[in-house]
Write a protein that binds this ligand. Sequence first.
Ligand code: SF4
Length: 306
Amino acid sequence: MSEVVLSPVQQRTLDRLKRGDEPVVFDRAFIADVRAEMRAALDHFSARLDDRQELWISKHKIAAVLECETYSLEPDEFEWTTANAKGTIAHRAIELLVSWRGDPTPIDLVDEALSRLADENSGIGLWVAALSSGDEADVRGQSVERVTSFIENFPPLSKRWRPVMEASVRWPSGGPITLAGKVDLLFGKPDGLESRKVIVDLKTGRPHVRHRQDLAFYALLETLVREIPPRKVATFYLDAAEAHADEVTEALLETAMRRTLDAINAIVELSAERRPPRRQAGSSCRWCSLRTTCDVGLAYLAPIED
Ligand code: SF4
């Protein structure tokens, strides 16, 4: 079998993701403590909820409520546009790449992704199905650019790595509060107690601290569900062709747990206990529907917009 020769960028990415010399094995007592503390906290929060109230806790909800509580309660005005759809289409195309036989081109993958999305009768599927020829060509071109970046700059996904795209994780299996996430790309599997999994988020745009916090939440979820944390989490920036990776450590998991519990506590206070929301300026102000009337947001945005 011919050896795969990696490009310098693929090699750099691989170097950032690969295992170190020492096996990563987490202390079992630490894992048990994390799971027990999370379980006890969810029981406590559940008891404070209104009858039949259910909470679905995602990375977006955690980030929104911790960034600005008022913003987190605003109705979701999300609409599909070329700018936000290109990432989702590229993700779907890369998902197809993982199980595609042969050597597909980025255009093959994006066309198949668009066709499959157009058959879905909701969300982005309806948006794709209604695109004019010009708009479809636009989003197709931008998605192809991202898939090309992934194929050219990410190391080829060997089947031996057991790559999985869009893997859903939820915890716990019962109760009114569910923590949920969908991982863009996951590969590796634990060897006994040794952590070998790597979680990768694919992003367009610029690095943001929130990306690392999202990944830490995924690492926490993986720990809660499988009891073996991943060994590494990474964001791969498609535009810059660069991976930013973090080793998973006890400190990273502890921080993710505190942040998650702080967010759930705030959500329970706001939704079940009717505490008035607080306003806090930050990056959410840019797309908040109150940005033209909120004093806090206006004061924050004025120097940036100047
Ligand atoms: S403009 Fe900023 S501070 Fe005001 S509610 Fe929106 S996100 Fe919060």
